[in-house]
Design a protein around this ligand. Sequence first.
Ligand code: NAD
Length: 351
Amino acid sequence: MSRALLVTGGAGFIGSSFVRLALASDPSAVVVTLDKLTYAGNRESLADLAGETRHVFVQGDIGDGALLEQLFRDHAFAAVVHFAAESHVDRSIDSPEEFLATNVLGTFRLLECARRQRRAGFRFLQVSTDEVYGSLGPAAPGFAETHAYQPNSPYSASKAGADHLARAYFHTYDLAVLTTNCSNNYGPRQFPEKLIPLVLLNALAGRPLPIYGDGQNVRDWLYVEDHCHAILRVLEAGRPGEVYNIGGSCELTNLTLVGELCTTLDRLTPRADGASYCEQIKFVADRPGHDRRYSIDHAKITSELGWQPRETLASGMEKTVRWYLENQAWCEAVTRNAKYRLERLGALPAG
Ligand code: NAD
């Protein structure tokens, strides 16, 4: 018998990687991708699955209760893996309302439908972020699952709201909710407003490489496929009601990260003048309320479920850079489709 999964936000960066992994790792899996195709979602990110009969793409909003009811009736889902979100902190500062509509209200609609339509053994995986825990001092231990929620941006506050709802549906309605909180991801198919693809594409175009503030904000970096393997593991073997933190044990300042990226580019596609891409780095005014440091303690998922990151920063960065170099057409398509402006970060000429 086939096992149907509903993957929300499956045309986005992490969701598209997860859809591929879910189909590849279980020949009986049928994956229904529900995605609104906002500026961040792209059919091109799933183009290689065009002939895959076990994949169904539905363009729609997680806030559309009638559509959700229909999908649950048609497919009798064994699980929902919920990625769909507004995900860019800068956008949440400029216009927070969309974040509440999708991240909070949309998650509520999905939980509501799941609780009413679930079949035996159903599981709901809430994909969340380390940003809900707030900011750490330089020497503080990494976020454990017991760390208090202290969100500082409209984005992280909206994700925190969604996590709390998911938790409440476990306690109140006995819905088998699992929550994962992951650190910063990098890898193929990330929309070019986020730090790594933004810097990479600017470097190749000879534009400045914008770094916020003094470049000393610290993030913990994880290759996207490692994140997806962790989610699959939690989906299969995690305990309902539990939270699992996922991270790469790879804390770097933004300046060091961009330096690593430039060094990889210098090796794979040297500048014509022989200089390093590092020369294009330009510090720009800091983001308001910019969290200083995130760090994840992933001991729980490692000891309970045996998950570990497979990629190092060097191997993951090499894969990422090679993918962008070989997929310029994807970059052109997604930026052409997108109604967005990057001139704020100096990525595109203002106009
Ligand atoms: P993304 O912005 O690349 O993709 C989000 C996807 O959701 C897009 O395809 C978009 O079209 C879709 N979407 C948005 N609103 C929708 C709606 N109302 N209905 C249906 N679809 C909608 O984001 P991402 O980086 O892939 O992140 C996916 C999830 O993982 C998010 O929940 C995010 O909070 C979480 N997360 C991301 C990171 C990271 O580093 N990117 C780290 C930890 C957790």
